[in-house]
Write a protein that binds this ligand. Structure first.
Ligand code: FAD
Length: 473
């Protein structure tokens, strides 16, 4: 419960990524006063779009799945008309097998005739339908989970490249229960993942939602349009940039929360303010550094840093290399979303996005734009190469896979030293740390990619949940 008498105080939101902004938006719509603290000079967190002439560079996420909840948010923000739908060609996906690009079959009949998987793997898929419901005694790796349903070939050429593309992760290390909770639940309720997926599609249809995958969207000036619009709709004075929150002083009975922050480059002394509740929408490293001075020690955590152990969450580095070419430099028609590279293929890139196919307005006329992802859990050192070394390596890969000739005419690189949290086996210990801190400190709420899922829709939902929880106490 919020301390009595503090309800008129604003609610503090720490972290100006999509989670914190979604929380702020929801609270303001409920008539609450908020103050959002962001350590850097800009809002959006991992979402970083930059227009340079006719090039549109996405340094972080490139696309957003328009789930019904995302569609509702875009409606509230009057962004429907500004939303770009992915081009129909983006339905095609490519995978590397035996050094060559193979189209990923888009339908069950296409799968049966595709050369991507062996006859044995196709039979294994059909047999999966007869899997009985089961409750596992313990969590297993995502790779072990999928192998138990579909066999090894589906791990190597289905799951592993997908996990590189979504998590920049390693399916052998990720937890099945925490990284894909819906599959874990389907195994318990339906046994077969295929039957579970069919049932989920039916349920979506019954709710009046499209049964297939949610559409993929962005905006003319990139995904940063979303955080910019969310911020523009907040009342003036709601956002404090260059404000690194360092300490939360939890209330003693009847007292409000005190937030302390510094503005690193200003040279001004730390500042503080009182709040009725605190919403944390931060990456793990930032949580780990937060001080809660008068908090009681919980488990093995030092008493003044209850989230210290979250520094152990793996966040591999990722390099996102945006490259522009003249169309005549590339043999491949780039008629798809992009390509993914299974780790078994032993190449040095994780995948390539075909940006100028995915959405219009990403490259000048007669030019194309690609984004090459390197690094991740499996090859972190490749994200840290110098620009020259990376470009040389990528030039060879693109020549071999897409028939790219010559140097790019436009280059922009974004390196994420700590890109995406990995929900590895044993992740429940981190979740328990967050739950314990919330239980010990009424009025404290934690959410975002460290807890609720890493996709943008999951983070938007996390922000809305943070807002709802803070209102219900
Ligand atoms: C390279 C890359 C590609 C991705 N691609 C996709 C994609 O295509 N589709 C998709 O759905 N998802 C994608 N994701 C995932 C998605 O972008 C993130 O999970 C999501 O944006 C995280 O949002 P967040 O608000 O939880 O955290 P963040 O975006 O990390 O925001 C946290 C904010 O807190 C601030 N902060 C840190 N410490 C403090 C402090 N002490 N005080 C105040 N503020 C602080 C930070 O500066 C930051 O702005 C991608 C991520 C990356 C890195």
């Amino acid at each position: 419960m919020n301390p009595a008498g503090n309800a008129s105080l604003p609610i503090a939101i720490i972290g100006g990524g999509i989670t914190g902004l979604a929380a702020a938006h929801r609270l303001v719509r409920q008539g609450k006063t908020v103050r959002l603290f962001e350590a850097s000079s800009r809002l959006g967190g991992s979402i970083r779009s930059e227009r340079d002439g006719d090039w549109l560079v996405e340094g972080g996420p490139n696309s957003l799945q328009q789930t019904p909840a995302v569609a509702a948010l875009l409606g509230e923000l009057d962004l429907e008309a500004a939303t770009l739908q992915a081009r129909p060609e983006a339905k095609n996906r490519y995978l590397v097998r035996n050094g060559r690009l193979v189209a990923v079959p888009a339908s069950p009949p296409a799968l049966l005739v595709s050369k991507l998987f062996s006859t044995g793997a196709k039979w294994r898929l059909l047999r999966e339908i007869f899997t009985r419901p089961r409750t596992r005694p313990a969590d297993v790796s995502l790779a072990a989970f999928v192998e138990s349903h579909f066999g090894r070939e589906w791990v190597d050429y289905g799951l592993s490249p997908f996990v590189s593309g979504v998590y920049a992760g390693d399916a052998e290390k990720l937890s099945a229960r925490h990284s894909f909770p819906s599959l874990w639940a389907m195994e318990q309720s339906h046994g077969s993942i295929i039957r579970g997926q069919i049932a989920a599609a039916k349920a979506r249809r019954a709710r009046g939602e499209p049964a297939g995958a949610a559409p993929i969207v962005s905006f003319a000036d990139g995904l940063e349009t979303l955080p910019r619009t969310l911020a523009a709709r907040l009342p003036a004075g709601s956002v404090e940039l260059h404000a690194r929150v360092t300490a939360l002083v939890p209330p003693s009975a009847g007292q409000p929360w005190q937030i302390q922050w510094t503005s690193p480059d200003s040279g001004s002394p730390p500042r503080s303010q009182l709040f009725s509740a605190v919403l944390l929408a931060l990456p793990a490293a930032a949580l780990a550094e937060l001080s809660l001075p008068s908090a009681a020690a919980s488990g093995s955590e030092p008493s003044d840093r209850p989230f210290a152990s979250l520094a152990d969450i793996e966040y591999p580095p990722v390099s996102s290399l945006f490259l522009g070419y003249r169309s005549d430099q590339i043999d491949h028609p780039l008629d798809g979303f992009g390509l993914l590279v299974p780790p078994l293929e032993r190449r040095s890139i994780m995948g390539v996005l075909f940006n100028s196919t995915l959405f219009p307005g990403r490259a000048p006329e007669d030019h194309v734009a690609l984004t090459v992802m390197t690094g991740g859990s499996r090859n972190p050192e490749l994200a840290r190469l110098t620009d020259e070394a990376l470009l040389a390596l990528v030039r060879d890969e693109l020549a071999a896979l897409l028939g790219v000739r010559g140097d790019p005419v436009f280059v922009r690189r974004t390196v994420w030293p700590h890109a995406i949290p990995q929900y590895t086996l044993g992740y429940e210990r981190f979740l328990e740390t967050m739950t314990r801190a919330e239980q010990a400190h009424p009025g404290l709420f934690i959410g975002g990619h460290v807890r609720d899922g890493i996709s943008l829709p999951a983070c938007i939902a996390a922000g809305e949940k943070l807002a709802a929880r803070s209102l219900s106490t």
